[in-house]
Structures are given as structure tokens and as C-alpha cells.
Design a protein around this ligand. Sequence first.
Ligand code: FAD
Length: 593
Amino acid sequence: MASGSIDYGRLDEGRNCNYWKVDPTLQFEARRIYPDAEFDWAEDVLSEFGAVLGERMADTADRIDEAGHELRSFDKYGNRRNEVEYHPLLREQEEIVYERFGVTHDAFHAPPGRDEPVGLSHTLLMQALLSYVDSGFCCPVSMTTGAAIVLDKFDDGDLEEYFEALTARDLDEHIEGAMFLTEEQGGSDVGANETRAERTDEDGVYELYGEKWFCSNIDAEGALALARTPDAPEGTEGLSLFLVPRTKPNGAVNDSHFRRLKDKLGTASVPTGEIEFEGAEAYLVGEERKGFKYMAEMMNFERLTNATGAVGVMGRALLEAKVRAANREAFGSPIEEYPLMRRDLVDLSVDYEAAVAFSFEAARLYDERERVGDDAAAYQLMRLFVPVAKYKTARMAVDTTSYAMEILGGNGYVREHTTERLLRDAQVLPIWEGPSNVLALDVLRALNRENAHEALLPYVREKLDAVDHPALESVAAEAESAFRDLQDALGTLAVEDDEYAQYHAKRLSDLLFDVVTAALFLDEAQWQIDEEADGRKALVARRFVETRFGDDDAYGVTSGSRFATEDDVFASIVKYDSVEPASLLDAEARASE
Ligand SMILES: Cc1cc2nc3c(=O)[nH]c(=O)nc-3n(C[C@H](O)[C@H](O)[C@H](O)COP(=O)(O)OP(=O)(O)OC[C@H]3O[C@@H](n4cnc5c(N)ncnc54)[C@H](O)[C@@H]3O)c2cc1C
């Protein structure tokens, strides 16, 4: 996909445009990770979806955010209702996402124009685009796909009807998914779950008792919940997984009390509430006591969608910032012309490309494992990359949305300008699906239990070895040195005690993200030079490596660098102009002096 300059100044703000077309970074990654035939099919779908999002859903999402939803636990006679009264525009959003674009359906059943389903990478890419407008709505969409993945893998057929409804395209037959894990005494510590599951006379049918403290998409008919059978051991080994619908198959409201909705900072489009199960009818998924293992599958997918959702939020925030910087004049010139703003926009853009590259590499590995089956290396890498992607991109989304707001100045802080919502919505990304520390500890588990380093080292080695263009020499040398640091770090943690490893787990995850992303950028840069005679990704790689691994004295103030102020660098990284690879050789010569 060739680069092409984007004139952000022609937009008034980051809406009324096609989010797919204004995001060559997403286009580039999609081209890289989709199998060719799938990309040929998907390109038009992604473009149509990007247009509907930019021209319609950007507005509907704002209106839903303003209005929110209301919970009706009882009707006026005191009968249990457990219903959320949604803003009417939500139905339109559901029609667009589930019915017209088959975001969940197409990963399980052949979409129009294909004989087979598409990979989950496509679902994830669609969700990244959806997050340009509403990362809150991404939550039910991703849990619907996640619940379908779990039933597809582990249900023995008893819950087929629910699987079909979760993956249905027709909204009249469609239900949504949810995941109820967190209890008051434990979110990260899922093993502390106390919700009880009592067996009934009917095989596979249980009654749940207990309380769930954070239930997003609370009224989902395809919700999955963890609970403990009476004779089960403590901890995660004693947990079983149940499908617990809002209504029973006979249409009666299930025996639960939807206590209240949380009054949240953001993600207003998805209602999150508290549930007391009072003998709720629930159906066992798979076998008893394997619930945590089954839920881990859903969790991997939800963490990936958190990462690709973070990508979408960052993409939108960056778009708003670029549009404003091109249009806003201060001190007589558009603010994008000032050196500091150029540096801001270049660095925000490079951060964005890093988030996209790493997250969609994790998505590609997830997909590869699903397609190929027992591919040990793909599993090890996926298992390692998913928590890193979730941890890093969530925090990056908070930083990017916060700084984009600042680029819009005072307006950015005001409700009418979407940056305010983007920041509120982004702030949950580091918390749900596991906070940063918990994810960093999961990275240690992937290394210790799955020996993920065995797959990681050859993976990075292969990428670095493939770089041979002279314009990439100094960047590759920096990446090579950081790769040695990563190997040293892994070696150190392998011999140190657990306390030491935990203490350094987040910094290890930071280093891992930076080294893998540098290797990915180099790989992409080499490809772009070879295939498209374009050095744009090489510039992105250079700036990434410089900001992550550079050890400039005096914070770089004495370095002489004017990198982002150079017209061709700014136009290329921020506006997607292509760059002659030969022109990079001068900079390369200066770097090696
Ligand atoms: C808007 C929203 C929607 C949600 N929706 C759902 C949902 O649909 N389903 C669901 O099940 N849950 C949901 N949650 C809950 C969410 O997943 C949990 O809040 C989250 O996993 C953290 O758990 P906790 O709140 O118990 O915090 P804790 O686990 O108490 O964590 C508090 C802090 O302690 C840190 N910490 C914990 N253990 C360690 C350790 N060993 N070492 C170092 N630091 C540690 C964490 O990193 C965190 O910073 C939602 C939360 C929010 C805010």
C-alpha cells in the first residue's frame, strides 16, 4: 500500500471522513497480517465501515454518551424486570455493527462473498475502527465474540443455540455476550471468587448464588460467569464456567437482582452494574472445575480487543490533534509549523504506529494459532505478546488522548469536542481486563510456565537478520544492542528469586515491547523500501529507536538533532508523504559519524 499525503487542514474536525482512508497505518498493518485473499475481500468492507463510522456513528456515539442508559430492576408492581433501557440510537449502532458488517458473525460463518469465515484479525481490525467512535460499545461487541469463541471451543453441543444466537447476523435472532468474573473481594484475584453453583436434578443445569461486582453489558443473554460448586477446592482450580442468561428459555426473568448501574467516568455506552444471583438458572460450559482455563481463552481475546480498542482511541485522538494543529493559528502561523508542535505530532504518530504494529502482530499470532492448530511457537508468542500489548497500549492511549486534548487547547477540555470523551473512555483501558501490574506478572508467567522466551529470541533474531538496506544500518545497530539488553534481562530474571522478578516485571515488559516493536518496524521498513521504494517506515523506525534506546546527554538538548522540524520528515511521518530511500542515506552517514 503506497503512502499518500493527507491534507488534514481540509477537515474541520476528526469526523465526516472515512476513518479507514485517513489511517494509512492501519491499512499498512492490515495488508501485512491478512492472508492475501482475505485482504482482497476485506478492503472494501473496511472502507465502507470506516465511512459509516466517520459520517454517522461519530455523531450517534456522542449522543449516546450524553444520554447514557437507565436500569429498571422492577416494574411498577414490584415484579423483577432486570432491564436496561437503552438510548434508541444504540439499536442503530447494533444494526450497523452486527447485522450490516457482521463483526462477530463473519469470524464464525462465511460472510457474503466468501466461502469461509474470516480470521479473528479482521474482527479485531473492525473493532479498532469502531473504537475511533466508541470504545465503550466495543466492550459488548468483543465480549459477544469472546463468548462465542469459548462456546465454539469448549461446549459439547448443549449450548449450540446460544452459540448460534451470539454469532447471528440478523438482529432479531442475535444475543450479546458478557463475562462476570469480578467480585467485591477480588478482581485480579479471581481465585477468591465465592459465587456458588448448586447442582439441580437436571444434567448441566445449576443455580447460582452470590454477587458479581462489575458486570459490563449486564443484561446480556449470553453472559458467562465463574462460580464454585460446593465440593470444589479453593482458588482458580475450583472454578467452573456457566452461561447465565438474563431470561430463562421459557421467557421468565432469571432469578437475579440487577442492583444498580455504576456511575462511571466514561464508556457510558455500555452499562456496567452489580448482580446478586438468587438461584439464577445457569448452564455448565464444558466440564466442572475447568472454568478458569476456559475463561483464560476469552481473556486472551478480550485483552487483545482492549489493545486494538486502545489503538482506535489513539487513532481518533491523533486525528483530532492533527486536524486542529493544521487549522489553528497562533502567533501568526498554523501551530503545526512550530518546532515543538512538530515534535509533539511526530512523537504521537510514532507512538501510534508502535501501538498498531505490536497489537496487530499479537492479533496475527492469535489468528495463526487458531488457523494452524498446534503451533507451539505461535502459541508461546501469542501468550507473551497479548499481556504486553494490553498493558502498553492501554497506558499509551491514556497518554495520547490526554496530550491530544492539550493540542486542542481549551476546546479540548470541553464536552462538545470529542477529546474529552476519548480521555474519559481511555482511562478504563488500563483497569479492566487486568491492571498493568497484573499483566506484567502474567508476562512472567508466560516466560516461566510456557517458556515463551524460546520462541521470542529466534523471532526477533530472524527479523533483525533480514535487515540489509544501508539506510537502516544505524537503527538496526541500536535495535541489536537493545536486543542484547533484553537477553541479559531475561537471563537475570531466570536466576533471581520471585520477589526480584516481580519487582522488575513492568520494566521487563516495557523493554520487551520496545525491542519487538523496533524489530517489527525494521522489518516493515525493509519491506517498504524493497517493495514500494518508500523510506517512510524507516523514518518511523529511526525516531522510535532514538526515543526508546537513545542515550543522549542532557536529555538530547546538546545533541544537535532537529529531526522532527525537517519538512520532509514531518510531512512523511505525520502526513504520510513518501520518502526517497536514497535521501535517508545522508542522515545515516551523519548517524555513523
Ligand atoms: C468500567 C468497568 C467495567 C468492568 N467490567 C467488568 C466485567 O464486565 N466483568 C468483570 O468480571 N469485571 C469487570 N470489571 C472489573 C475489572 O476487571 C477489575 O476492576 C480489574 O480486573 C481490577 O480488579 P480489582 O478492581 O479487584 O482491583 P485489584 O485487583 O484490587 O487491584 C488494585 C490494584 O492492585 C494492583 N495489584 C493487584 N495484585 C497485585 C500484585 N500481585 N502485585 C502488584 N500489584 C497488584 C493492581 O495492579 C491494581 O493497581 C470492570 C471494571 C470497570 C472499571
